[in-house]
Design a protein around this ligand. Structure first.
Ligand SMILES: *[C@@H]1O[C@H](CO)[C@@H](O)[C@H](O)[C@H]1NC(C)=O
Ligand SMILES: *[C@@H]1O[C@H](CO)[C@@H](O)[C@H](O)[C@H]1NC(C)=O
Ligand SMILES: *[C@@H]1O[C@H](CO)[C@@H](O)[C@H](O)[C@H]1NC(C)=O
Ligand SMILES: *[C@@H]1O[C@H](CO)[C@@H](O)[C@H](O)[C@H]1NC(C)=O
Ligand SMILES: *[C@@H]1O[C@H](CO)[C@@H](O)[C@H](O)[C@H]1NC(C)=O
Ligand SMILES: *[C@@H]1O[C@H](CO)[C@@H](O)[C@H](O)[C@H]1NC(C)=O
Ligand SMILES: *[C@@H]1O[C@H](CO)[C@@H](O)[C@H](O)[C@H]1NC(C)=O
Ligand SMILES: *[C@@H]1O[C@H](CO)[C@@H](O)[C@H](O)[C@H]1NC(C)=O
Ligand SMILES: *[C@@H]1O[C@H](CO)[C@@H](O)[C@H](O)[C@H]1NC(C)=O
Ligand SMILES: *[C@@H]1O[C@H](CO)[C@@H](O)[C@H](O)[C@H]1NC(C)=O
Length: 441
């Protein structure tokens, strides 16, 4: 893996030559007197909720190893980082960091992933799911990463390249793959080429105090910049973070269970999303036991979003590119949310990818929605669907139950309150919501 890193203590002399936006931001945040001491591992607390399952304890470490950057913003420091990490582990190949056991990684540096798009397209780690690739993969047992440093994905070159060719493989900034017990905290993530993070095949992982940001500076927008995507993972916490991005703030992909998301400020996103699920016939997707609480959501397409594909649908219109997968969405709670300039306060669809509601009803989803509770949602929606501020549309009442809304007060710019489009849903459970029939787009 190629990366350039720079230890905080040595950075000041370089300030004059730095031109990267994220690097300048990093420099401007440096303390006056920089210590070369390791930082303390943050002691993580959980408020207002505890994780679904107790987290394994992480004993103190007794050995410290420093990796000093060459600090010329030219030399690839990755092999030095790998050498240092290997002292604790078994084996690893080029920043495949899946061998880590009982180690803390204290990142005080600015770490920039290089802009060598050809290199990364052949060397980034293929994660198969949705053709995702990651710059590195962090895994193992009992790993804590923290330190106040910054990871810069150098996204601009990727945003521009993607505008020319949608098939390029844009790496994800942070790959947490097969990590069992650990935390990632107090870091800045900047300019990811696509998703900021993928957490897959992992258990008992906490993200806390992450500051995410990065927009395109050209006319090519930064696309698919989800904050977190969880996949085949359980007992994950995402909390106390600020996200400025342009796609899902957090997204629960297939087989995300026992997930706690709390105390986030999301700006510019597509909301906190379950799915999309049921896209692939023959696959079973489960999202179960998710609690999302205390969220502020600004300038977004959605706050609460659940996207499920309809049932198998042979020979349908060209805009239907999936559907037919089985599984369930169950016991999902969203509580305590404040929104501003959000298109839909709630968007639940079991007709994802099919705008024709009549057609969706003919092939109901094989992936059921069983139990979604939304309580405490206040604020203002945008002009986008005015006067409507929410959308709850199932493909059949048989495969959709227990969608409950209470304590809702959302107002469209024209003053209309809590007006939703509804279909195939038990309207008596949508307390405070005024339903009107769904319209085909
Ligand atoms: C990539 O980064 C190098 C400096 O590391 C710079 O000289 C070059 O112009 C950059 N290339 C692009 C396409 O931005
Ligand atoms: C990942 O897949 C791409 C496209 O199929 C390929 O070019 C690349 O070499 C693969 N990467 C690795 C590390 O195997
Ligand atoms: C997760 O584990 C499964 C089963 O072992 C494997 O097929 C898959 O490649 C792993 N990684 C991801 C990202 O799903
Ligand atoms: C993955 O990449 C292949 C080859 O570029 C493409 O045909 C396929 O549609 C992509 N799959 C997804 C889910 O994006
Ligand atoms: C809700 O989140 C905000 C930060 O976004 C935090 O300041 C506040 O303490 C949280 N409230 C509770 C009850 O934890
Ligand atoms: C939200 O993001 C926009 C950029 O799209 C920025 O101008 C604005 O300051 C951000 N607001 C907050 C409250 O973070
Ligand atoms: C999800 O979990 C179920 C039950 O364990 C399993 O049958 C299914 O294959 C998993 N799906 C994915 C996408 O990993
Ligand atoms: C995002 O929201 C904030 C606070 O409501 C507002 O000041 C800002 O102008 C918005 N930005 C955009 C791009 O709409
Ligand atoms: C459903 O989720 C809530 C938290 O939102 C939890 O207290 C409850 O135990 C869960 N129910 C089941 C059956 O797991
Ligand atoms: C939706 O599908 C139905 C049933 O196939 C068809 O009759 C109708 O014309 C379609 N509506 C639109 C707007 O395409």
């Amino acid at each position: 893996m190629q990366l350039k890193s720079s230890i905080a203590a040595l950075l000041q002399c370089l300030a004059a030559s730095a031109t990267w936006t994220a690097y300048e931001e990093y420099l401007s945040g440096l303390p006056k007197h920089i210590s070369r001491r390791p930082s303390h591992r943050p002691s993580l607390t959980f408020k207002p909720n505890e994780p679904w399952n107790p987290l394994p304890s992480s004993p103190p470490r007794h050995k410290t190893c420093y990796v000093h950057s060459h600090d010329d913003l030219k030399t690839d420091d990755s092999k030095y980082i790998l050498e240092a990490l290997r002292e604790w582990g078994d084996i690893g190949t080029a920043l495949n960091l899946q061998f880590l056991k009982h180690i803390d990684i204290d990142i005080q540096a600015y770490i920039q992933l290089t802009n060598d798009t050809a290199y990364w397209q052949s060397h980034a780690f293929n994660q198969t799911f949705q053709n995702a690739t990651t710059f590195f993969q962090l895994g193992g047992t009992d790993v804590n990463v923290y330190g106040g440093g910054m990871l810069d994905g150098n996204g601009q070159v990727w945003y521009d390249l993607y505008a020319e060719d949608i098939y390029i493989l844009r790496p994800i900034l942070v790959g947490v793959i097969d990590l069992h017990s650990g935390s990632i905290s107090n870091l800045c993530w900047r300019y990811s080429p696509q998703w900021y993070s993928l957490t897959a095949n992992s258990t008992d992982v906490v993200f806390s105090g992450i500051d995410v940001s990065g927009y395109s500076q050209s006319s090519n927008t930064a696309k698919n910049t989800d904050g977190w995507d969880t996949y085949r993972s359980s007992n994950i916490v995402i909390q106390d973070s600020v996200i400025n991005n342009g796609d899902d703030c957090v997204s629960f992909k297939p087989n995300s269970t026992e997930i706690l998301v709390q105390n986030l400020h999301c700006n510019g996103s597509h909301g906190i999303s379950v799915g999309s699920l049921g896209q692939y016939a023959g696959e079973t997707d489960i999202v179960e036991n998710v609690l999302v609480t205390n969220i502020t959501m600004f300038n977004a397409s959605d706050m609460t979003r659940i996207k499920v594909w309809p049932g198998s649908a042979a020979a349908l219109s060209g805009d239907l590119q999936g559907g037919g997968g089985t599984g369930r969405v169950s016991n999902i709670s969203y509580t305590d949310m404040a929104i501003s300039n959000v298109d839909y306060a709630i968007e639940i669809t079991q007709c994802y990818g099919q705008n024709n509601f009549t057609l969706c009803n003919e092939y109901p989803s094989k992936l059921s929605i069983e139990g979604v509770k939304i309580a405490g949602l206040k604020g203002s929606t945008s002009v986008n669907y005015e006067p409507v501020s929410g959308y709850v549309v199932c493909s059949s009442p048989e495969v959709c139950s227990g969608i409950e809304v209470e304590d809702i007060d959302v107002v469209a710019p024209d003053g209309t309150r809590n007006l939703f489009e509804c279909g195939n849903v038990d309207e008596s459970l949508l307390q405070g919501v005024t339903c009107k029939p769904v319209q085909d787009d």
